[in-house]
Design a protein around this ligand. Structure first.
Ligand code: AMP
Length: 287
């Protein structure tokens, strides 16, 4: 597996692959990999000749009071996992390689990026859109693989690709969960044992909402009230949002239809966790 630390090196390999007519799948990550990330690599390997993973903890998408400095990192372990998956290249630049000192160009979005996580993390999607634009311009992927766990990020990126005419397909991959239903996340490593136990309330609440919808409930406000009550039963849970939104625009909607997203964000201690399901998806397995 090639480990490219510079843009020049990554481009050299990309040019060789393109000259040979290879298709390229890109899986952008912030590292500290788990099975959720690896599911993106697996999907890319199925669809493309070449799979590139990026590992970059993007400073631009962290607010001043967020967890940039303590974000978990283990590059050696990540590389062995990627190699075992058969990934062709990992692109892992330093922040200084991606952002020169006088960097001053940003990709900004309205509407889709403004609610949900955009409300409590106002700089995040500008950072995500800007860094992904750069990665796309470096790797020229035919397809880019992203997790449905970060449903708003997926909607934002789909919209950016459409609005700015990026010539690639965005592939959404199903959320990979722990045995007990908790969505896998690098940030789960912040949780103490007690918090980890409390975090089960997220998937439990979503599963209960799925059952309500399956039983015929369509009123968004009633679902929101129900989920809020369920989450409040867990004393360690501090709700950031509970919302029912259109799957493409991320705007609140009064009645749930297939394809809409039921999304929650909850702080357990100091760790902010997100999870969601798409109406019509299979029931979340709670183990
Ligand atoms: P991150 O490293 O957290 O920025 O995530 C990199 C990519 O992996 C994003 O597209 C995420 O949506 C995706 N991802 C993270 N966790 C999961 C999961 N549990 N299941 C599926 N995809 C995931």
């Amino acid at each position: 597996m090639i480990i490219a630390r510079t843009i020049e090196e990554a481009r050299k390999h990309v040019q060789e692959w393109k000259a040979r007519g290879c298709t390229i799948g890109l899986c952008p990550t912030m590292g500290y990999l788990h099975e959720g990330h690896l599911s993106l690599m697996k999907a890319s390997k199925q669809d493309n000749d070449i799979t590139v993973a990026s590992i970059f903890v993007n400073p631009m998408q962290f607010g001043p009071t967020e967890d940039l400095a303590k974000y978990p990192r283990d590059f050696e372990r990540d590389c062995s996992m990627l190699e075992a998956e058969g990934v062709d290249m990992v692109f892992a630049p330093e922040p200084g390689e991606m952002y020169l000192d006088d960097f001053c160009t940003f990709v900004d979005m309205t509407v889709v990026s403004e609610g949900l996580c955009g409300r409590s993390r106002p700089v995040m999607f500008r950072g995500v859109c800007t860094v992904l634009t750069k990665l796309i311009n470096i790797i020229y992927p035919n397809r880019m693989y992203m997790g449905k766990k970060d449903c708003q990020q997926l909607a934002v990126v789909r919209r950016m690709v459409r609005d700015l005419n990026f010539n690639l397909e965005v592939v959404g991959c199903a959320t990979v969960r722990e045995e007990d239903g908790l969505a896998k996340s690098s940030r789960n490593s912040y949780l103490s044992q007690e918090e980890r136990e409390a975090a089960r309330v997220l998937s439990r609440t979503l599963r209960a909402a799925q059952e309500k919808i399956a039983a015929g409930q369509t009123d968004s406000q009633e679902l929101i009230d129900f989920m809020t009550a369920e989450l409040t039963k867990e004393p360690m849970a501090d709700i950031d949002y509970v919302e029912v939104v259109d799957g493409l625009t991320m705007q609140p909607i009064p009645e749930v239809r297939e394809g809409d997203v039921i999304a929650i964000a909850v702080r357990i201690g100091t760790t902010r966790l997100i999870d969601n399901f798409i109406a019509g998806d299979p029931l979340i397995q709670l183990g």
